[in-house]
Design a protein around this ligand. Structure first.
Ligand SMILES: *Cc1c(COP(=O)(O)O)cnc(C)c1O
Length: 492
């Protein structure tokens, strides 16, 4: 099923002449011109060949189509290491039925209790192998801007890997207490954690600046060091997420909810547009997806974009109960615009407008193309809380606030377009206080007390890794300004 003799090439969303192999794209993270790497072709699959594979074999197969300069043997072993042996519960990407036509795909049974583990358990292996393939003996410094979950998942994935240092930057007061503690207590010799004054976009912009700073790159080269990213701007982050769209669909086929070939919808709680974009690749590869529903929280830049064609990040930023979606600049939308417009020059101009004026507008033709595949909507805080309560009372199902944002939208979806699978992206116990409040419980303000109260109230059990955080020593307490990210990166 491999494409072409030379393998898959990647180019920058801002310059189609800027080409890299898969392993080079993963090593670099972001293109030197500030663009994101995208595959030159999107491979097509035969569903019948994939449907009976277990998750590890499916991952190796799907990834092999994109990561053509990695050997099949390596990808099989890496997938086994990342997803084998019950590391994501009894069945990775398990789909749970809530009601007729509505399903939840639980992506949070990995080591840090959020879906980002699917990418970040595998990506460090892809990175180390990329260095080997390219004869790269330099030290790799990974910089991560996080709204909460990426940081912990990346720290856990990269800890104690030889030749790699990782620094994570999260918005001070911008994460849940449980998320903060997960990062502040991180173990490992090569890990660094900083709170950044400001919101997620300040942290992300600060990190992006370091990546595109030519002088900084020269300094690094002199020290035989190179920078890379674990954010979903890195293709190695995005590609592993394509796999579970297939896995979820096949479970519906096996259970008889759809026949092979019949369409389904996916509804995705969205922040940086990475997770849902993986669904877009799956659809273009031949997965029968009638619609990808992009669910935003109160920071509804994407929902407004979907209705007006105007991407406007110049607006107030709200902190919500779904902090991993508190994002105004959704980086991966750039990839979609590049694919759907087929025009790197235009993509580059739009992104320059975004950087300069914090907004851009696309024309109607492009908007209609996007709307043919995507639906957009948002859920405000009150509705999100009501959804958590409703889902618990009606379906006996405990949803975290991110999942609830999507569930609320999914319940309004047009079922004529097929059953809807909601991507459940985090354990409800990562956000115990919010979930407890939604259920009408007495919130104590202490995350561990809330966790316990939530267990008592619902008769469900918190993941052991979250309960264990209480007794772990805090290692990182430093708070820095966005313009200090550069000097923090220099020290890696
Ligand atoms: C990161 C995250 C999201 C948003 O995913 P994107 O790929 O950034 O769109 C949603 N929910 C949770 C729990 C997350 O951690």
């Amino acid at each position: 099923m491999r494409e072409g003799k030379t393998g898959m090439e990647y180019y920058s969303t801002r310059d189609s002449a800027l080409r890299r192999s898969a392993s080079q794209a993963i090593l670099q993270g972001i293109a030197p011109d500030g663009g994101l790497f995208v595959p030159r072709e999107i491979p097509h699959v035969d569903l019948a060949e994939l449907i009976d594979l277990d998750y590890c074999a499916l991952a190796a197969k799907v990834l092999g189509l994109y990561l053509t300069d990695y050997s099949e043997a390596f990808l099989r072993a890496a997938a086994q290491k990342a997803y084998g042996a019950g590391r994501f519960g009894d069945l990775p990407a398990k789909v749970v039925r809530l009601e007729d036509g509505l399903f939840s795909m639980e992506l949070w049974h990995g080591p840090t209790c959020a879906f980002k583990d699917y990418a970040l358990q595998l990506m460090p292996l892809l990175m180390t192998e990329a260095k080997r393939i390219n004869g790269d003996t330099s030290k790799t410094a990974i910089l991560v801007a996080t709204s909460g979950d990426t940081g912990k998942a990346a720290l856990e994935g990269y800890r104690d890997l030889d030749g790699i240092e990782i620094a994570v930057f999260y918005p001070d007061h911008g994460t849940s207490e449980m998320q903060r503690l997960q990062m502040a207590t991180q173990e490992g010799k090569n890990v660094h954690v900083f709170a950044v004054q400001g919101n997620f976009d300040d942290a992300q912009t600060g990190v992006k600046k370091v990546f595109t700073d030519a002088a900084f790159a020269e300094d690094c080269a002199r020290e035989n060091k190179h920078l890379s990213s674990a954010n979903s701007i890195n293709w190695g982050r995005l590609a592993p997420q394509i796999v579970y769209y297939f896995a979820g669909y096949f479970q519906l086929v096996h259970s008889g909810a759809v026949q092979l070939g019949e369409p389904v919808q996916f509804c995705v709680p969205t922040g940086n547009f990475g997770d849902i974009l993986a669904g877009y690749y799956a659809k273009r590869m031949g997965l029968p997806v009638s619609r990808l529903l992009c669910a935003s929280n109160k920071n509804k830049v994407l929902a407004d974009f979907g209705s007006s064609g105007i991407y406007d990040a110049d607006r107030p930023f709200y902190k919500t109960a779904s902090p991993s979606m508190d994002i105004l600049v959704s980086s991966n939308l750039e990839r979609l615009i590049c694919h759907e417009s087929g025009d790197c020059g235009r993509t580059a101009r739009l992104m320059q407008e975004l950087a300069g004026q914090k907004r851009y507008a696309i024309d109607n033709e492009l908007l209609e193309k996007i709307r043919a595949v995507f639906g957009f909507g948002y859920t405000d805080e009150e509705t999100c809380f009501a959804e958590i309560r409703n889902t618990w009372e009606k379906d006996g199902y405990l949803a975290d606030p991110h999942t609830a944002v999507a569930l609320s939208l999914a319940r309004q979806s047009n079922r004529a377009e097929g059953p809807c699978i909601v991507l459940s992206t985090a354990s409800p116990y990562k956000f115990s206080g919010a979930v407890l409040a939604a259920l009408g419980g007495a919130v104590q303000g202490d995350d561990f007390a809330d966790l316990h109260a939530l267990e008592e109230m619902t008769g469900t059990q918190a993941p052991a890794v979250l309960r264990a955080l209480r007794d772990k020593p805090v290692r990182f307490t430093q708070i820095i300004a966005p313009d200090e990210i550069r000097s923090a990166a220099e020290k890696l």
